[in-house]
Design a protein around this ligand. Structure first.
Ligand SMILES: Cc1ncc(COP(=O)(O)O)c(C=O)c1O
Length: 481
């Protein structure tokens, strides 16, 4: 009979690991050729049926497992590496960062505690300091990696709550909870954080926009009104790269307003803070140094695999105070020295060493090339805007400020708005089943199609094919409406 450990020993052979690398590499190579559809033709029920089986009590050899992955998992995944993928803000990741995943798993360093992740903690600290410097933060700055932008903004707003109500953990937020003020197009991470932090989602006050950007004069009026109503303001959240349209709030104007009034400015740069790496687009973040905290997702525009988010704080002490708890079995460092343990600044206890893949991508490609990729993706979205401008059957809702564009099929212009809403929604679904992948949202009260150019291999050819395909399907739907 096998010893308990014999399958583990067998699986450690390099040839076994290479089966997985070969599968990943075959997927990446095939997907980028652009044949077939981006996603699976199977329905949710069919997918569930594929994996509806009893808990395996006894294992199978790795070769069989890899065969199953090749047959059932890879073809039924959404292929972000396919150039017709133009969907949500998920990237086809940079190869060097992908190849770090097995090493991160093999080393399995937990970066809560420096003694459990000696090199990884040093690397995370180094990467965070690079990013803080790019944001114009000084020597006291710091931060931590997060699972993504939602956790990053939650962490930042927890720190803001702590600054305003230092005893909130013991006594709650009282009966006049403070408000969070944000633009009307802010990500739901903000209202979610307001709920999680005990303020109540209704304490999120939204400010109207002009051109999809928070209007600074409307912000000033909102702050005046809240003051008059005796509602304390915990933080103002500006968005740098909004989810719907990729628009950037005016950080300079908003930052000055917050500085004058002594308010905490949090910049949700989950999507757009990567513009700091771009010579061409950095200007869109002018004023970011006014922020007290920043959310920034390398797993979006830096093309790092999930989940690699970051929260940066102008004063890393803000994060430490927000999470001040005693855990003598973990955190032994103390005194006047800076604590290396990232767990003292983070929501998580056990934490993956995702900083390694971000660091590896920077080592391999350099910040300059990653910034150029950012420019390339923005130029891709801009070219789609140009192509739409050449046609009568589509209208664009805005000129892209980054790599996101919302547009709408309007056909010959003779259908009412509600009918167009329906046609656009159904055309998108059919197109995604047939070939490509685009998303949809509601903007200015109408249903729109939305493209996020995340794949650097998407060319004009794929964009023309997408427009022609969606138009063909929409025309067919409209004809039978
Ligand atoms: C502006 C903005 N903030 C936050 C998030 C949430 O980021 P994550 O999905 O990494 O939690 C997104 C994601 O779409 C976003 O666009």
């Amino acid at each position: 009979m096998d010893s308990l450990l014999s399958p583990l020993d067998q699986d450690l052979a390099p040839a076994e690991g290479e089966r997985f690398l070969a599968l990943a590499s075959a997927y990446l190579t095939a997907a980028r050729e652009g044949a077939g559809a981006v996603s699976t033709p199977l329905s949710r029920d069919e997918l569930y049926a594929l994996f509806d089986e009893p808990l395996p009590a006894d294992g199978v050899p790795l070769a069989e497992l890899v065969r199953r992955l090749a047959a059932d998992v890879v073809p039924n995944s959404i292929h972000l590496a396919h150039p017709m993928y133009m969907g949500h803000q998920m990237s086809p990741p940079l190869p060097a960062a992908i190849w770090m995943e097995p090493l991160i798993g093999a080393l399995n360093q937990s970066t809560a505690v420096a003694e459990m992740s000696p090199a990884a903690t040093a690397i995370e600290t180094r990467v965070i300091r690079w990013m803080c410097a790019l944001a114009g933060f000084g020597q006291k700055a710091g931060g931590t990696l997060t699972t993504g932008g939602t956790e990053a903004s939650f962490t930042a707003l927890l720190a803001a709550r702590n600054a305003l109500i230092p005893d909130a953990w013991e006594n709650g937020v009282g009966d006049n909870p403070p408000a969070i003020v944000c633009g009307e197009h802010a990500h739901y991470a903000v209202t979610r954080a307001a709920g999680e932090l005990g303020l109540g989602m209704r304490r999120t006050v939204s400010v109207p926009s002009r051109g999809y950007r928070m209007a600074p004069d409307a912000l000033a009026a909102t702050l005046d009104r809240l003051k008059a109503e005796d509602v304390p303001v915990m933080a103002v959240v500006a968005t740098a790269g909004s989810t719907a349209t990729g628009s950037f709030d005016d950080l300079e104007a908003i930052g000055l307003l917050c500085s004058e009034r002594g308010l905490w400015l949090h910049v949700d740069g989950a999507h757009g803070a990567s513009a700091l790496l771009s010579e061409k687009h950095r200007y869109r973040l002018k004023g970011i140094e006014h922020a007290r905290t920043i959310a920034w997702d390398p797993h979006k525009m830096m093309l790092i695999p999930l989940g690699t988010g970051m929260v940066l704080a102008r004063d890393e002490g803000d994060l430490e105070r927000a999470f001040a708890q005693s855990a003598p079995y973990l955190f032994h460092e103390g005194g006047k020295e800076r604590r290396w343990d990232q767990g003292t600044r983070s929501f998580m206890c056990s934490r993956r060493a995702d900083a390694l893949k971000l660091w590896a991508a920077l080592q391999r490609y350099g910040s300059r090339r990653i910034g150029l990729l950012y420019d390339h993706l923005c130029a891709t979205a801009h070219r789609l805007w140009d192509l739409i401008g050449e046609r009568d059957d589509f209208v664009a809702l805005h000129e892209p400020e980054s790599n996101i564009l919302c547009f709408r099929w309007v056909g010959a212009g003779n259908l009412p708005d509600e009918a167009l809403d329906d046609v656009n929604l159904r055309a998108r679904e059919a197109w995604n089943r047939e070939r490509g992948w685009i998303t949809t949202t509601v903007l200015d009260d109408v249903r729109v199609l939305r493209v996020t150019a995340m794949n650097p291999r998407t060319t004009e050819r794929e964009q023309r094919e997408m427009l022609d395909g969606v138009a063909r399907i929409a025309t067919g739907i409209a004809a039978v409406e």
